[in-house]
Design a protein around this ligand. Structure first.
Ligand code: ATP
Length: 325
């Protein structure tokens, strides 16, 4: 059976790095690609950033590869994650040989709850100059992300699992998150460490090699994974997966990068590595490993885009990856 992959490049450099990743995926697997639009440019034309058609096709496809959205990011990616029933946002942050990383010993995977928490979207202006936000944390979603995180660690050979939280201040909400994760660890007989998310940010910066899988509430996972991007050499290298029970969406951690969009110099690595995660999701493990190997080879020996100190274009780097495949 040929799997269907929905391709949504979105805005800015999404239009450059997503076609690059599709070319790479086409080299190694027999996938059927469908294209759909979303983002700022669609909103300008139609008044709506995420057409219903794109939402529906994402929910029906075997997997979706998404680029980035600019100003409309929240109107696009949050519903798209919902369309694929995603509950876990997986963000690996690895340092690669040849890339000038702040912490070359970094090999982290953030497993971020991505359906609730601070990003539940329940905000209001209760009076002039007074605004509130409701933080939703359920036992069910907390257990589910912890189960996914511990399973991911076991399957991918990570010994260290850390539960990030701030239960000393957000006692009820993060208290529930922490309790649920600890209960899951107990049921599985798994070792773990718990860490206050602010102190964890400092420890990740100073001693990333002591950490492996980090299970996080929504906002903490968003912030800590960007911090980790800084440890390994920049946002151009970080892939991610939004995993649901059956369906999933893959996207680079970076955004639309309006400062370099249209110049043909965006680093395609994050999106190609997201494509490798997509291949794995569809059961193409050997092909995913080959794509990763090709990206690693190019990162080690060049050519490199300007964010990594080189002067190569997106096209040059993509061609070099494909050549290695
Ligand atoms: P958005 O609002 O869409 O998130 P942003 O500019 O705030 O856009 P990013 O798009 O993540 O956030 O970009 C942050 C910085 O990282 C920018 O300077 C951008 O040029 C750089 N950057 C992000 N992705 C890449 C990439 N793939 N290649 C090179 N540089 C990148």
């Amino acid at each position: 059976m040929t799997e269907s992959v929905l391709v949504v490049p979105g805005d800015g450099i999404g239009q450059e790095v997503v076609p690059a990743a599709v070319d790479v995926l086409s080299d190694v697997a027999d996938l059927e690609f469908f294209h759909a639009e979303a983002g700022d440019h669609v909103k300008r034309e139609t008044g709506e950033a995420l057409p219903e058609e794109t939402y529906r096709r994402a929910s029906e496809a075997d997997a979706t590869l998404f680029g980035a959205a600019g100003e409309t990011a929240a109107d696009v990616i949050l519903p798209l994650r919902e369309a694929v029933g995603s509950f876990a946002n997986v963000r690996p942050a690895r340092a690669y040989p040849g890339v000038d990383a702040l912490r070359p010993e970094t090999d982290l995977v953030f497993v971020r709850e991505n359906t609730e928490g601070v990003y539940s979207g329940i905000e209001s202006e209760v009076a002039e100059g007074v605004t509130t936000l409701t933080r939703v944390v359920t036992e069910e979603a907390s257990r589910r992300i912890a189960e996914y995180g511990f399973e991911y660690a076991a399957e991918n050979g990570y010994d260290d699992v850390t539960i990030a939280h701030k239960a000393n201040v957000m006692r009820t909400t993060d208290g529930q998150f922490l309790d649920a994760a600890k209960t899951v660890a107990g049921e599985r007989g798994a070792d773990y460490e718990e860490a206050l998310m602010d102190a964890l940010a400092m420890h990740l910066l100073l001693r990333p090699e002591e950490y492996g899988v980090v299970i996080c509430p929504n906002l903490a996972g968003d912030m800590l994974s960007d911090l980790a991007a800084g440890l390994v050499g920049g946002l151009g290298l970080l892939p991610s997966a939004n995993v649901g029970a059956e369906n999933a969406l893959f996207e680079p951690v970076h955004g639309s990068a309006p400062d370099i969009a249209g110049q043909g110099v965006a680093n395609p690595a994050a999106t190609v590595l997201s494509g490798a995660m997509l291949l794995e999701h569809l059961g193409y493990d050997a092909e995913a490993a080959a794509v990763r190997g090709a990206v690693e080879g190019v990162l080690a020996e060049g050519p490199r885009t300007p964010d990594l100190g080189g002067d190569a274009s997106t096209e040059d780097v993509t061609a070099a990856i494909r050549e290695r495949l």
